[in-house]
Design a binder for this molecule. Sequence first.
Ligand SMILES: NC(=O)c1ccc[n+]([C@@H]2O[C@H](COP(=O)([O-])OP(=O)(O)OC[C@H]3O[C@@H](n4cnc5c(N)ncnc54)[C@H](O)[C@@H]3O)[C@@H](O)[C@H]2O)c1
Length: 285
Amino acid sequence: MAQRHTIGIVGTGTMGQGLAQTAAQSGYAVVFQNRRQESVDRGLEAIRKNLERLVSKQKLTETEMSDTLERIRGVVPIEELKGCERVIECAPEDLELKRDLLQKIDAIVSDEAIIATNTSSLSITKLASYLRRPAHFVGLHFFNPVPLMKLVEVVRGMRTSDSTVAAVRGLAESFGKVPIDVKDSPGFVVNRVLFPMINEAAFTLQQGVASPEAIDECMKLGCNHPLGPLALADLVGLDVVFAILESLYREYGEPRYAPCLEIKKRVEAGWLGRKSGRGFYNYEA
Ligand SMILES: NC(=O)c1ccc[n+]([C@@H]2O[C@H](COP(=O)([O-])OP(=O)(O)OC[C@H]3O[C@@H](n4cnc5c(N)ncnc54)[C@H](O)[C@@H]3O)[C@@H](O)[C@H]2O)c1
């Protein structure tokens, strides 16, 4: 596969790992950055394990795996992003943290470079206002796990240029993804539709309409969803579900987004879903 230009991935957690792997498998040279070496190493190790799994399932050859790993360069100093024509920021969902990081990236990369953020909920227009070239800034909302999920919501801020949007649509397509343009509005499309559905499932449980198992079975068999909404909430993490609903509620000011107590009380109890062993379901047994 021909070597393409260089992609910077900032943040080496869940999304950063998935993106670095996807970009490298698509033939790009990747600069994989975190401020701590151990986080970089952990990220690289997770990517290696993921690729090994693909090799064992015969979805990837040993050579493709080693070529992919060779294309990913783990780094700590942020200055290493200097030569990257595209940078995708995948740091935690915190406005001040992203502001600081994006300003640093903006100061390092060339004037032609495009900076994208993978934020799930922050305003692209607001983040762009912190940068010296807001026209070159855009939201690219990938989904977890990145190597498997086809969708990328392309979020255009008020000052994002047409050429930036066209360039990142091309980038997403070269990753084998389907880019869909969405307006810069809280929750974009997927989270805005999905999380109220999860909330409604929690209200349905609260009102004793059916058990968690029955609610999930209804949505699987009646709507052909691969997973019921309550099982999905447990997978995402109830703390994350709660935070997303609260942010939709805050941004739109509409009661329909207010998180159901069935979610809030579980979060208070530390029942966060699969990761804590208990949520709507008990995974301890
Ligand atoms: N997890 C998901 O399902 C999902 C889906 C779509 C979008 N997102 C968004 O993607 C972004 C990242 O989410 P995630 O789930 O990968 O989070 P995560 O916590 O798994 O990873 C965040 C990474 O950023 C690193 N980091 C923290 N401060 C940093 C700094 N100053 N410089 C460089 N790296 C730093 C952390 O060490 C970690 O590696 C968030 O904006 C989130 O909203 C997440």
